[in-house]
Design a protein around this ligand. Structure first.
Ligand SMILES: Cc1cc2nc3c(=O)[nH]c(=O)nc-3n(C[C@H](O)[C@H](O)[C@H](O)COP(=O)(O)OP(=O)(O)OC[C@H]3O[C@@H](n4cnc5c(N)ncnc54)[C@H](O)[C@@H]3O)c2cc1C
Length: 403
């Protein structure tokens, strides 16, 4: 077993770390206090990232670089490709600021959705599009199979009707990947994803939501009222394949869950590092040579957090590695997301606690990170839903047998 990061990713990791340190951190607090204000500093950065993405494997850190699982045929050759590059880059970027990483133009979760299910023409057509992803509805969150938004075929078009809530980058993006059903009575296999471009008549931005954390990221409610889109905007196979069930659209999560796990790893690492620094200023330095029985309580907390972080990091790398190598990774993607989300929540709060007044005050970013981290255990499937998926896979049960 070799779990070293291949050298070819060094440049990417360094670049992402520079962006995190020099661009994100200095503006982090400013945009935390200016919810929904667009961080103009990201425009210049976005073009640099586009350039990095064009470099394919060695390139960008955003979700736009993800590729479909199974793209790499089983040649026996081990690959570390775009999924690995994306998680490694995002760990660094989110060490800087999660909300800013989520606000990077053209690196949205919708881009990962396109990468997961689009055909060749669509991949080319939407190459430079900033895409958000809209699954959640007022009456359908965790149970994404119960969505009510409809897509009705009418000649060469689909007509979309319904309401989507909590769409990350929903106000700023160029297009939205919308999950809708072709026929609700046919259940999961009838759910498809559709690209709806901004300013399509019938698509209305209802509001932007105020939140606990990641305030710089815009979160939108969007209504579709007889919104007509070309039939080619359906991503993937238009047929309702009863055998395949939910498979098509669900592939998105196999790509995006390791990405969210990577965000959590970056944020948890940032919190631990700053806490170590602050404790050091108070004369507390972790001494790894001492037996645990002789450690201070605060040192023991640090060791536990470091161990959890490393476990989350390795699970994240494994899920991304499997995606790069065409191996089915649903269980591992959920394991990574569950462990990393839980770890980030625990670590960021614990760090605020260990640093007490400094941890709670706005003089440092620890309190902000504790707020930012909560979302990482909610979107792309909550902690409970990840555990449910893992249990189903391990017990070989389907979604109606284990709910
Ligand atoms: C800031 C933010 C950004 C978001 N961005 C997006 C986005 O870009 N696109 C998008 O589509 N959605 C997005 N979401 C929505 C997010 O994915 C949902 O909030 C999430 O899936 C949970 O759905 P829900 O809020 O309806 O909670 P519910 O599904 O109502 O769940 C409520 C609670 O019950 C638990 N629960 C539910 N079912 C079970 C079960 N079977 N067993 C055990 N426990 C269960 C859940 O874990 C949760 O704790 C975003 C949300 C937020 C807050």
């Amino acid at each position: 077993m070799n779990i070293e990061i291949p050298q070819k990713f060094d440049a990417l990791i360094n670049q992402a770390q520079q962006v995190a340190t020099q661009v994100f951190r200095p503006i982090s607090r400013k945009y935390d206090g200016a919810e929904h204000e667009y961080p103009v500093e990201l425009d210049m950065l976005a073009s640099i990232m586009d350039g990095m993405n064009d470099g394919d494997l060695s390139g960008g850190a955003g979700a736009a670089t993800l590729k479909q699982n199974g793209n790499s045929e089983a040649t026996g050759e081990i690959k570390n490709g775009s999924n690995m590059a994306t998680v490694l880059g995002l760990i660094e970027l989110c060490w800087g600021d999660v909300g800013l990483a989520l606000s990077l133009p053209r690196q949205g979760l919708g881009n990962a959705a396109i990468a997961a299910v689009a055909n060749k023409h669509q991949l080319e057509r939407y190459k430079n599009t900033w895409a958000a992803m809209a699954i959640t509805e007022p009456d359908a969150g965790s149970d994404s199979a119960s969505i009510s938004t409809t897509a009705t075929k009418d000649g060469d078009e689909y007509i979309i009707n319904g309401e989507k809530i909590f769409i990350t980058a929903g106000g700023r993006c160029d297009a939205i990947v919308v999950w809708a059903t072709l026929n609700k009575s046919l259940g999961r296999p009838a759910i498809k994803s559709f690209i709806v471009e901004k300013n399509t008549p019938g698509m209305e931005l209802v509001r932007l939501d105020k939140k606990l954390g990641i305030k710089v990221s815009d979160t939108a409610t969007i209504r579709f009222n007889n919104c007509r889109i070309p039939k080619d905007n359906l991503l993937g196979n238009p047929e309702i394949d009863i055998q395949k069930g939910f498979g098509g659209v669900m592939q998105t999560f196999d790509n995006t869950r390791p990405v969210v796990a990577a965000m959590a790893v970056g944020l948890a690492r940032a919190s631990i590092e700053l806490t170590q620094e602050l404790l050091k200023q108070s004369g507390i330095t972790a001494n790894y040579a001492d037996p645990i029985n002789n450690s201070l309580a605060s040192e023991a907390e640090l060791y536990r957090m470091e161990a959890d972080l490393e476990a989350a990091r390795l699970l994240t790398l494994k899920a991304a590695w499997m995606a790069d190598n065409g191996q089915p990774n649903s269980k591992e993607a959920s394991m990574a997301k569950a462990k990393a989300g839980r770890t980030a929540n625990f670590v960021t709060l614990k760090c605020a606690e260990l640093c007490s007044t400094i941890g709670y005050s706005e003089s440092h970013l620890l309190e902000k990170w504790a707020r930012d981290s909560k979302i990482l255990d909610i979107f792309e499937g909550t902690q409970q839903i990840q555990q449910l998926i893992i249990a189903r896979r391990m017990l070989n049960k389907n979604s109606s047998e284990l709910k």
